[in-house]
Structures are given as C-alpha cells and as structure tokens.
Design a protein around this ligand. Structure first.
Ligand code: PLP
Length: 492
C-alpha cells in the first residue's frame, strides 16, 4: 500500500483494510454522513428511478481484483444514492415515518466494528446483558409490570411469529416434537385492521391462512370484543382450538386502538394467549396523556414494540416482551453440542427466544438513543410529532371537499379528498392522482391505504427533522393538486 496516499491505494493482497486507510476512509464517510443528514431535506425524498435502473448501472460480475475504496464510495454516490428513497428526509410522511438518529447511526458503526454475535452469553456477554438490560429500561418506561422479559428481534414480523409460536406450543403442548398433523385446527383471532404480519406468522406456523379469523371492527376501526367472543365460542363448539388473539394498539391503516382491556378479559376467561401489537404506537405508552390507549396491555402474554418505528433507532430494532418466557423457550430452544457452554443455566442465551441463532448487537443503538435523548427528550419529540400530525388534520377539516377518514390518536393523519357530486370510485381515482402528483414533486412523500373500501391518504410524522414548514408544505401541495384536478375535471 502507498502509505503516502491511502485514499487512492488499492487493497493489500492479504488481510483487512490497513488501519491508516481505514481512518482516512472512515473519516471521509463520516463527513459524508454529517453533510447528508444536514442537507437530506434538499434531495428528492422519493427515488426517481425506474425498476431495473440501478441494476443496469452495475457490472454483471463482482470484481476479480479489489478496487480502490474511493472508487467504491464514488459509485455509492453516483449509482446507489439516486435509487434511495430517503426515510431520513424531513418530508418523508409515508407508511410510518421514522428516524435513523445521530446517536443510533454512531452506535451502528461501533456495533459493526465489534461484529459481535450474541448467540449465547459467552459469545457476547455485553451484547447479551445490554439487550436484557435495555429491554428492562424500556419496559419501565412503558409502564409494564415486572415479569415481561424482553428480547430484541429484527422486525415486528419476527417478534409476532415468535410470540405466536409460543402460543401454539401452549395450545398444543409438544407440537414442536410431533408437528400439527392429526391435531385439531388451531385459530388466531385478530381484527380486520391488523397488520399482514399476523397472517404471515400463522402461515409460517403451519396453521394455514384458514387459521386466522379476522374479527370485524366498530366505526372507529377497533376490534369488536362481542364478535371476538362469538367467534371463539363458535370455534370451540366446532372443534377448533383457539391459539391466540392479536390485539393492536395503533393499526397500520388508521392507527386505531383495539379495546385491549376487554380483549384481555376475554382471553383470560377462555384461556387464550394474548399478543399485543404496539409496533408503531408503543412509544406513546411513555406519555401519561396517552396511557389510556394501553389499558389492559399489562395482562398480555406478549407484546411487540418497534423502536425502529418511532423511537429514533435505525433499522432494525423490534422489542418482544413475553410474560411467559418459558413458553418461548419451549417453542424455540434447541442446543446442539457445539453451542453448549459452561454458563448454560446461569446466564440467558438469547438464541433460546426465537428461530435466529445469530444476533446483531442491536441493543447498542437503542442504548445510545435512550441515553442521548433521555426519556423526557423522547417524550417531547413524540409530542411534537403528534402536534404536527394534528395540525395537518386541522387543515383537512377546515378545507372544503376534504374529510378526515379516521381519528388521529397518534401522529398519523388519514384523510381523503371527497368533493360533493363526485361518485366514490371517481374520488378514489382523484386521491391516487393527487398523491402521485404530490409525490412526483420530490418535495414530500406520502402513501395511501383503503379504509372501508375507499382510497385514503396517510400522512405520518415520525422524523426528527420534520418541522411545521414541512407539514404545511405538504398540505399546500395536496390542496393545490386537488384544486387543479377539480378545475381540470370541471373544464372537461
Ligand atoms: N405491526 C404493525 C401495526 C405495523 O404497522 C407494522 C409495519 O408497519 C408491523 C407490525 C410490521 O413491522 P416490521 O416491518 O417490523 O415487521
């Protein structure tokens, strides 16, 4: 390697990147990240590429010989960046907006350097103990009682899969040994508004899609406990075995809140596992004024909450709390000889809580985030996001032709342009057109869903860089697009 100019050096013939070169390149990367985070709001939030465009710009074969690092960074800028939809953009309002915050990004960098793998305690004592400890911190912040044991998975989809795997083991003891063949049909109950990850988990657990019963909701999109009970009783009468109920606090389309206390009481009476999906809204349990949404969740058997959604932690970080960790272990614990250690029994081995053996050091970023912002700092930022979403809702409510499609309990406004005299199908097309036009501006990005079969738009605030000016601009673009569309239609 040319020591005088490590930036343009080719890789050495053996070993890793030399530390001097690492220092120079990492500093360049840090400079890039700092500039990126400062000016990301000036980039088009939505990637402006067509499907296949990024791949066609890449060589078909991996390089035979190593390349200089600055060439790699240059291609990152010129080829990869145009294909990025910027989740860290202040006007990213689609799906559930989130933040990969500064402290979280730095922790990811350090975690990558450590490259630790907390399969068993011995393979990463700090990784194991920090995960358990940070989960405890968050449990306390969320106001959950002792007894909920937390672990960190990549996504809520996996957390829910593991929770329902434990529920399946409880409903069919020994099923891990025998499989489901010859057993009665097992059933999971969840609302019509629940996330698709519930259905995917049921598929993966071998219960078949018929193993899910979607319970209708009330006018505020909340699971109806009376219909849930009727479904359970009907199933039991028909020889079907109830396995679990999944209640949601903050559903994906409308952020509705199931009546968890009533559902929990029902689960208790019928001896059914209760899993609460608070993947999105969980952080708001830290806010005394929103605690009522979580009434009864302390009676759940398991709970999922994603810090990577609204607790400023970079992807991926999903907390699974389980009040019956022995059931989780019964479902998933399996220790081959090569993973036996002397500490077995005296320390927790995190591999026992799910399917994955390898475990990234995800706790580090959550620890950094919690320490840097502090609990009160988190609460204040979450409150600000809620205020901004409600500001949009106020604009919508005051605008002729527009209507809110659901209440705004958290920081996601759901609304639609529904001018009088236009049939609903045409209104659907108009809303999609408005969204396309607004997203095409590159200034903001929002997404849609269907509520009661009608197309609605969703504006979710969750990025730490979002200010009033960003939500106000979104509203100006939306209302302007609607006016323009209505004018064009009237002229036709
Ligand atoms: N649950 C809810 C309520 C969600 O909104 C989502 C995703 O948006 C999920 C679960 C799945 O989350 P993940 O992407 O972490 O699997």
């Amino acid at each position: 390697m040319d020591q005088a100019d490590p930036v343009v050096a080719s890789p050495p013939s053996v070993g890793d990147m030399p530390s001097e070169e690492f220092r120079v390149q990492a500093e360049a990367a840090v400079d890039w990240v700092a500039d990126y985070l400062r000016s990301v709001g000036e980039l088009p939030v939505l990637a402006r590429v067509r499907p296949g465009e990024i791949r066609s710009a890449l060589p078909p074969e991996a390089p035979e010989d190593g390349e200089p690092f600055d060439a790699i960074l240059e291609d990152f800028r010129s080829t990869i960046l145009p294909g990025i939809t910027h989740w860290n953009h202040p006007a990213f309002f689609a799906w559930f907006a989130n933040t990969g915050s500064g402290p979280g990004i730095i922790a990811e960098f350090l975690a990558a350097a450590l490259n630790s793998n907390a399969m068993v305690w011995k393979s990463s004592p700090a990784g194991t103990e920090l995960e358990i400890h940070v989960a405890e911190w968050v449990r306390r912040l969320l106001g959950l009682p002792e007894g909920f044991e937390g672990t960190i998975n990549d996504t809520a989809s996996h957390s829910t899969l593991y929770a329902l795997g434990a529920a399946r083991e409880v409903a069919f003891p020994g099923v891990r040994e025998t499989g489901l063949s010859g057993l009665p049909q097992g059933r999971i109950y969840t609302s019509e508004e629940a996330h698709s990850s519930v259905e995917k988990a049921v598929m993966a657990l071998g219960l078949g899609r018929g193993g899910v019963r979607r319970i209708p909701t009330d006018p505020d999109f909340r699971m109806r406990p009376d219909l849930l009970e009727a479904a359970i009783l009907e199933d039991v009468g028909g020889g079907v075995r109830p396995v679990a109920v999944v209640a949601t606090v903050g559903t994906t389309s409308t952020t509705s809140v199931d009546p968890v206390a009533q559902v929990a009481e029902l689960c208790r009476r019928h001896g059914v596992w209760l899993h609460v999906d608070a993947a999105y809204a969980g952080v708001t349990a830290m806010l005394p004024e929103l605690r009522h949404h979580f009434d009864g969740w302390e009676q759940a058997d398991s709970i999922v909450f994603n810090p990577h959604k609204w607790l400023f932690t970079p992807m991926d970080c999903s907390l699974l709390y389980c009040r019956r960790p022995e059931a989780l272990a019964e479902a998933f614990s399996l220790t081959p000889e090569y993973l036996r250690t002397r500490e077995q029994g005296s320390a927790r081995n995190l591999m026992d809580s799910g399917v994955a053996l390898g475990r990234r050091f995800r706790a580090l970023k959550l620890w950094f985030v919690l320490r840097y912002f502090g609990a009160e700092g988190v609460r204040e930022r979450v409150r600000e996001h809620i205020r901004l979403a409600r500001r949009v809702a106020e604009r919508v409510e005051a605008a002729p032709g527009w209507e809110m499609s659901a209440p705004v309990p958290f920081a996601t406004a759901v609304f639609r342009f529904a001018p009088r005299g236009v049939v609903p199908e045409e209104q659907d097309r108009m809303n999609l057109q408005i969204m396309e036009e607004v997203n095409g501006s590159g200034e903001v990005f929002l997404s849609h869903t269907k509520v009661l079969e009608r197309v609605v738009l969703r504006l979710s605030v969750g990025n730490l860089r979002t200010r009033e000016e960003h939500v106000d601009r979104a509203w100006i673009l939306l209302s302007g697009a609607a006016k323009g569309l209505a004018r064009r239609m009237a002229a036709d």
